[in-house]
Design a protein around this ligand. Structure first.
Ligand code: MG
Length: 231
């Protein structure tokens, strides 16, 4: 089973528990800026509306319809708008504070360190991420993940975002590897799995909530520790 030489991990919601870390940061901001005092009905509604708006804007960003500054600066004011409030009421500090605080949080998926320690003895490990460059390095450092990885490939640097096959081609070239020697592991079915497969790689779909789908990943796992029996 040493077919692969290089394993490429997605970061957000594959190793680093983005949803949990984001939730905890939003709780902190909700209280720090007294959002209930500004008319936000409850934390749950704020959280739900923020997630919807953020996902919508990330998709627009991925498609090149909005730029990074718009995504970063307007997702909170538009969340206020979505809650039926004046967008101007959103505290001006929220975008910067969210980006400052969230990457410092450290919740990883269960078994992340154990699995990466195991794999790094057998393969060369890398990250391929579409996240913001400044945030991704802080996340990796804060959660003590940097030490496992040879290359940290960030879409902003390459000019291509997953699932564009050019980011996978760039990554295999950078690793001096053939596509057949590369394996991608990620929670994004379209972005990570299908993108990598279109570049001629194998791919493992990390699907902890068992989302139904029709794709044909090389393997599918619910928990990271399953990787130790596959690889
Ligand atoms: Mg992800």
């Amino acid at each position: 089973m040493m077919k692969y030489r290089h394993i490429f991990f997605d970061l957000d919601n594959t190793l680093w528990d983005f949803d949990r870390n984001s939730h905890d940061t939003l709780v902190e901001l909700y209280e720090k800026y007294n959002l209930s005092g500004l008319g936000v009905p409850s934390f749950e509604i704020f959280h739900e509306k923020y997630k919807e708006r953020n996902a919508m804007m990330w998709e627009q960003y991925r498609l090149g319809k909005i730029d990074k500054a718009m995504l970063r600066d307007q997702r909170f004011s538009l969340t206020f708008w979505d809650m039926g409030l004046d967008a101007e009421l959103a505290p001006k500090e929220l975008p910067d504070e969210y980006l400052r605080l969230s990457p410092q949080r450290k919740h990883l998926f269960p078994h992340a360190h154990e699995v990466l320690s195991y794999l790094q003895d057998k393969y060369v490990l890398h990250i391929i991420t579409n996240g913001f460059e400044e945030a991704q390095h802080i996340k990796l450092e804060a959660s003590d993940l940097t030490k496992y990885f040879s290359e940290i490939i960030i879409s902003e640097h390459t000019g291509f975002r997953k699932p564009d096959i050019r980011i996978f081609d760039y990554s295999s070239t950078r690793a001096n590897a053939k596509p057949s020697e590369c394996l991608m592991i990620g929670d994004g079915l379209d972005v990570d799995v299908i993108g990598a497969q279109e570049a001629g790689w194998d791919a493992i779909y990390f699907n902890p909530t068992m989302i139904p789908h029709d794709a044909k990943p090389t393997h599918e796992i619910r928990s990271l520790d399953e990787l130790m029996s596959i690889l």
